[in-house]
Design a protein around this ligand. Structure first.
Ligand code: SF4
Length: 349
């Protein structure tokens, strides 16, 4: 079947085989048609609302050495920080005051933040009426359970790549099986689970991206975040080729065709690569933005990759600026919690 017919078929049936995914990933002439199809599916299944999640980057200390990440433990050029629980709570309080319905607490794998520290904090934040997303890496089942019981609703854990050899090459001392175990545990505990991959890692093939997409289809996450890989100074991949936005947008659009009602963020890495990269993503299948409400020096020091978007923007102005940009493309900020429409978890409105 030709690529345009495949796109039209996937738009209604939401199924693509590995060979068909490969064909679409490798066809450079169908990008616009693919993005438009994903945009139509997005509009039909999740509407024109864009859900905002206020991102709080509360620790940039991490025990791991992921080769693609600027926060890796071996990077001595990073000024490390760890917020106090009171500071994290104060940022969540501000986010609620500014109208956000969800906070995302994101950090490296920092052993300082034990269950004993995080559970009381989650309870305090929950009392603000916020949905809580955690993005703090791999933990044992019992810890995920304790966080859920304390009020966490969602958990983000990217699989990064489903190519086991590539995963273990770039994540030394981490196990692909444990990553999968964590994702399964989160699902069992009834979190809204977000996963995702990096697109453009050196050595990653179209075949491996097709397998990643089939993994999403099988795993049925509630959210999928795609980041274009951006080489970061002082990391083993600092000399990797310059990244491109289009391959990440293509994987994102295909994700929307396969999983029509999930939440898909327009990621900050997309904006870092190209001005208005996030708006392009919103017009190619995405329906979520995660504005960074981290303040002060910590905001500058959470350097996952160079040029992280809006690093200098004042957090209190982000919402208003986004409102104007969204209006210009016929979209609006969602007023509810923005949960996954296809399942009973966090209310979708
Ligand atoms: S990707 Fe996450 S786990 Fe890996 S080094 Fe960076 S912060 Fe740590």
């Amino acid at each position: 079947m030709d690529s345009l017919s495949l796109i039209l078929q996937a738009q209604t049936q939401n199924v693509l085989s590995q060979e068909q995914l490969l064909q679409l990933l490798q066809d450079p002439h169908i990008d616009k048609a693919l993005f438009q199809a994903a945009d139509r599916v997005r509009q039909k299944y999740v509407g024109n609302a864009v859900h905002l999640r206020a991102l709080i980057e509360f620790t940039n200390i991490c025990r791991n050495n992921c080769a693609y990440c600027g926060l890796q433990a071996q990077n001595t050029a990073v000024t490390r920080y760890r917020m106090t629980e009171d500071k994290i709570y104060a940022l969540a309080h501000k986010a609620a005051k500014w109208g956000y319905k969800t906070v995302v607490l994101q950090g490296g794998e920092d052993g300082f933040f034990t269950v004993q520290r995080l559970v009381p904090l989650l309870r305090r934040i929950k009392a603000l009426g916020l949905a809580i997303t955690l993005s703090i890496g791999e933990r044992p089942f019992e810890e995920y359970q304790a966080f859920k019981q304390a009020g966490a609703d969602r958990y983000l854990l990217r699989i990064e790549t489903t190519d086991k050899a590539l995963y273990e090459k770039y994540n030394p001392a981490m196990s692909f099986e444990n990553r999968l175990r964590c994702l399964e545990d989160l699902k069992r505990l009834n979190y809204e689970v977000g996963t995702g991959i990096l697109v453009g890692l050196p050595g990653q093939t179209a075949q491996s991206l097709a397998q990643d997409l089939l993994f999403f289809k099988r795993f049925q996450p509630d959210m999928v975040g795609l980041g274009p890989f951006i080489p970061c100074p002082n990391t083993p991949l600092s000399d990797a080729p310059a990244p491109q936005l289009t391959p990440a947008l293509k994987v994102m659009a295909l994700t929307r065709l396969l999983l029509p009602d999930i939440n898909i963020p327009a990621t900050t890495a997309m904006e870092a690569l190209q001005p208005n990269g996030r708006l392009q993503a919103l017009q190619s299948g995405a329906n979520v933005i995660m504005p960074n409400v981290t303040e002060g020096e910590e905001r500058q020091n959470y350097a996952l990759y160079p040029g992280k978007a809006a690093a200098a923007q004042a957090p209190q102005n982000l919402r208003q600026e986004l409102e104007q940009k969204l209006h210009a493309i016929g979209r609006h900020i969602g007023t509810g919690y923005g949960g996954h429409k296809g399942r009973k978890g966090v209310p979708c409105c």
